[in-house]
Design a protein around this ligand. Structure first.
Ligand SMILES: *Cc1c(COP(=O)(O)O)cnc(C)c1O
Length: 402
């Protein structure tokens, strides 16, 4: 059993022990170096150990680590100002993870309808292939059976309908519906972009039926897709949206944001989190957001993403095993004709780290400062692996369909 003997085997871990990271690169315990196109799953978006964030954290460590949410501290005001000043939101709630931010969003939606509006509304409509977290409520909201197995009974008040199926969505709305919740790009579900027409219809239905629109930006937020928040690509304004992964460069933090009219739904005592928005977490968040704004990081991600997609299309043209290359900014998926697990392992032996999004989609998540040279290097390794794999598995080269 060795080193994993005392850790629950709830993660299918790769046989790789990482000990150091800088920028786009990580090193293992054998001194081998890897180009990191996973970024802790969209977490270390400014690269590993970014200096500016490290300095802010170091100085905060010498000043104040933690105060209870019974007291004020200046870090929360700064982050709230940065987030509300650069989004359609007006209110924030600090927590520690994506699941916790989504849990807060669901609680806010219910509480608004029940306490402020005095209506018995509690049901949240979500979509197949979505992912919203692993707490009981958020795994129930998640549109994937595999995260629910063995956890019955699930909490009540969730309905899942197929993505892009407007009649099904309409049919699911009833007198108890409180909100519709979705990602702008279903990331874990296979890098599926929500179609603008469908999203506009969802916004319209929410308006018509008095439902809150909750956008889960845990993976798509913080510049990843080429805008600070992915919903800004669509020109919509959600009532609530959630952030976590990329918000603090790797320091654990989550935020639930909402429109101003929802403020009174979270009256004193309504919701709480011991570690939400500590001085250390807010120092990491403020430094991350300031850096993203000053360096125009979302624009960098948009440009680098276009370049990466173009290079992939060029390098993989004519490979019939590759079905699609898609995504926004630096959240890129390559859909293949069969499971991609072997390609991921082969990548590790060639010094390139990347992950999957579902069994047949390769997911690329480089940091948002990734250079063209690094992209060229990654595309070189990846396309060699894919062409070799396709040849060995008899996928004949056909005309380019991309
Ligand atoms: C990762 C993720 C979550 C869960 O975040 P945790 O921090 O792991 O709880 C929720 N929603 C989306 C879209 C995610 O990608």
């Amino acid at each position: 059993m060795g080193k994993l003997e005392h850790i629950f085997p709830s993660y299918a871990k790769y046989d790789l022990t990482l000990v150091k990271g800088k920028g786009s690169w990580v090193w293992d315990d054998q001194g081998r170096k890897y180009l990191d196109f996973t970024c802790g799953l969209a977490v270390t978006s400014l690269g590993h150990a970014p200096e500016r964030i490290a300095e802010k954290l170091k100085s905060q460590i010498d000043t104040l680590w933690h105060v209870s949410n019974l007291f004020h501290h200046p870090g929360q005001d700064r982050v709230a100002e940065l987030l509300t000043g650069n989004s359609c939101a007006d209110q924030v709630f600090f927590c520690n993870s994506g699941a916790e931010a989504n849990e807060a969003a669901i609680k806010l939606a219910r509480r608004y309808h029940q306490k402020v509006r005095g209506e018995n509304r509690y049901e949240v409509i979500t979509f197949e292939q979505s992912f919203h977290g692993r707490t009981l409520a958020t795994l129930t909201a998640t549109g994937q059976q595999k995260v629910k197995e063995g956890f019955l009974p699930l909490p009540q008040g969730f309905v899942t309908v197929p993505l892009h199926d407007l009649p099904a969505l309409r049919a699911a709305i009833g007198p108890n519906t409180a909100a519709v919740m979705l990602e702008m790009v279903l990331a874990e579900g296979g890098i599926l972009e929500v179609q603008p027409d469908f999203l506009n219809a969802v916004v319209e239905l929410c308006r018509e039926h008095g439902l809150l629109l909750i956008v889960d930006e845990v993976q798509t937020g913080m510049g990843r897709t080429g805008k600070l928040f992915a919903h800004q690509h669509y020109g919509i304004e959600p009532d609530i949206f959630t952030l976590a992964k990329g918000i603090a460069s790797g320091f654990p933090a989550g935020v639930m944001l909402a429109k101003g009219y929802l403020r009174e739904a979270f009256s004193p005592g309504a919701h709480a989190s011991t570690f939400g928005g500590t001085p250390l977490a807010t120092a990491a968040m403020a430094a991350t957001i300031e850096t993203m704004l000053e360096d125009r990081v979302p624009e960098r991600a948009a440009e680098a993403g276009e370049y990466l997609k173009a290079r992939l299309r060029e390098a993989l043209a004519g490979c019939s095993w590759v079905k699609d290359i898609r995504g926004k900014g630096l959240l890129i998926g390559i859909e293949c004709g069969s499971p991609v697990g072997d390609i991921i392992l082969a990548g590790q032996s060639k010094g390139l780290l990347f992950v999957q999004a579902g069994p047949q989609v390769i997911r690329l998540l480089p940091n948002l400062y990734v250079t063209r040279e690094e992209i060229d290097q990654a595309v070189g390794i990846l396309s060699d692996l894919i062409h070799t794999y396709a040849r060995e598995h008899g996928a004949v080269a056909e005309e380019a369909q991309l």
